[in-house]
Design a protein around this ligand. Structure first.
Ligand code: COA
Length: 165
């Protein structure tokens, strides 16, 4: 199987995708295309280049976070008048159960973070935000340096940290 990462298009086969999470399965099958059409997010898919079957995906969206949600350590360097700080939301990340545990989740995450760094060169971005779906997902993101945003259930990683990966 030869896998590539592409922007979601009508050529990709999404039926049968199963990451063992119903919300994330339904998203790629029913909502990802609509969100793209409404300019709410862009979905990138990991596909088998031979049959175009989707075996993983992630989404990116523009986002902002209330300044007070960030740790004081980070916020104290920010202008006091900024009520929100610019971020990118890595809203969803999932891998089909058939290829779990083989490093593709990490590959998709690194691809997403690289895109965020590229975007940050033409648009102000303080951090990348993720919205972990459960405690396993929190553990997954923690290994890469994501930090919990207290009281939100979300996590962040400063763009400067990613640049030093
Ligand atoms: C989380 C998920 C994307 C990981 O994908 P994967 O391809 O199985 O992960 P990888 O093989 O790339 O593993 C990368 C590292 O994460 C760890 N890891 C994988 N899944 C994990 C999980 N659910 N919880 C904690 N750690 C996990 C692996 O042990 C590995 O660590 P190592 O490099 O020290 O060995 C995948 O399990 C998935 O789709 N889960 C359902 C949806 C989900 O939880 N998405 C997360 C965000 S909403």
């Amino acid at each position: 199987m030869s896998l590539i990462i592409e922007k979601l298009s009508k050529d990709h086969k999404k039926s049968g995708f199963d990451c063992e999470n119903t919300v994330l399965n339904n998203y790629i099958q029913k909502q990802a295309k609509q969100d793209r059409n409404r300019d709410l997010s862009v979905c990138y898919v990991l596909v088998d280049s031979e049959n175009k079957k989707i075996v993983g995906y992630y989404t990116l969206s523009g986002n902002s976070v209330n300044t007070q949600d960030f740790p004081l350590e980070l916020v104290k360097r920010m202008p006091p008048s900024y009520q929100n700080l610019p971020t990118i939301l890595l809203g969803r990340l999932a891998v089909d159960k058939e290829i779990k545990g083989k490093g593709y989740g990490a590959i998709l995450l690194m691809d997403a973070l690289k895109k965020c760094v590229d975007i940050s060169r033409s648009l102000g971005v303080l951090a990348v935000i993720v919205d972990p779906i459960d405690s396993n997902a929190v553990t997954f993101y923690e290994q890469y340096g994501f930090i919990l945003l207290p009281g939100t259930g979300k996590m962040f990683i400063p763009i400067k940290t990613i640049e030093n990966f």
